[in-house]
Design a protein around this ligand. Sequence first.
Ligand SMILES: [Zn+2]
Length: 419
Amino acid sequence: MKYSKLFPKTLKQTPTGADSLNLQFLTRAGFIHQEMAGVYTYLLLGWRVLDKISDIVREEMNAIGGQEVIMPVLQPADSWKKTGRYTSMDVLFKLKGASEADLILGPTHEEIVYPLVAENIESYKDLPIYLYQIQVKFRNEPRAKAGLLRGREFLMKDLYSFHVSDEDRDNYYEKARKAYLEIFKKIGLPVIETKAGGGTFSSISQEFQVLTPSGEDTIFICKDCSYAINRELVDSKKCPECGGSLEEKKAIEVGNIFPLKRAFAEVFNLSFIAADGQKTIVSAGCYGLGISRTMGAIVEVFHDDKGIIWPESVAPFLVHIVGLDMEGPLTRSARSGQVSAREKAEHIYNLLQAESVEVLFDDRTDVSAGEKFADADLIGIPYRIVVSKKTGDKLEIKKRSEKETRFLILEELIKMLKD
Ligand SMILES: [Zn+2]
């Protein structure tokens, strides 16, 4: 991608009302545009990051047998009235369809997936079933804030599992827990597994929390072992595992998994004929992961005062070529017999793309070197390569996460990026 063509360009000023670091940096760097509180347009850079996070999640969900589906955003209110959540969930978006039919915009999909599975299973042979989607969700938040951390419209992965027994469900729950740890390891985001309450529909749950001072959750972590627990469950300042003292921390919840009670299954009569011929209610679990919230959390954790520092696995591009001395026609070489900086930069850009390396090439001729460097730091792509008259046969390479600059020839660079 040539930066001269990319829409939009970076902003010099922090947008007014941007109340969080992730919103400030993502907006200034051209990843997102705020339409109203908690609602965003994802521009090319932002969409690429969401897509990379989604692909990592998808790979791990498929590895534990998940079947990807897409359920509707627009849902009939009837099922929500059956579960009681039409009135009990205060952040539900309600609207009227044709003929005054009550509709809602989905904040979650139990009310769709339970009737769907109930209609399509008969015996224990039809189980287990694991369905997931990566879908836009809605919450009518009275205080949407903190950029991508608490939105009114956001992207989530939700997986629903259905089993013949609690034992089978618990085995799968453990697999899902490990898959979550693998997802965050691949993304490069350190998470703390935290015990939490389950709300109305589950007795316990497990959260995946990212430590950051900007987090809205409060968790307690043992100083001596890895035990962590959400504030709502803490009843003493001592670790129940080892007796060590618990320390209070701010965190962002990026995922949570629940072994569910049978409430939903009973409401929708989600049952099957067991091996002994008895009609039996299914055992179920649900597993959420905030895709757009994870993007916000990454920015909250990985940045400096100049901008974002993307982990390689989710960066919008791997390499940012900063082309200097780009002005002048490409024909200069014919006159001087030398390769111009512009030709060299174009050549490297084409070659890296031919090697399947994702490159953003700042080919602009109307901005200063200083502005290009500032933009590269703000956008936060992992590798910056400077091509100019001065660099000769070598390329100046700098990792966004490091201070040190190195000079490599093109072959060495490709080898390094491929490794
Ligand atoms: Zn402990």
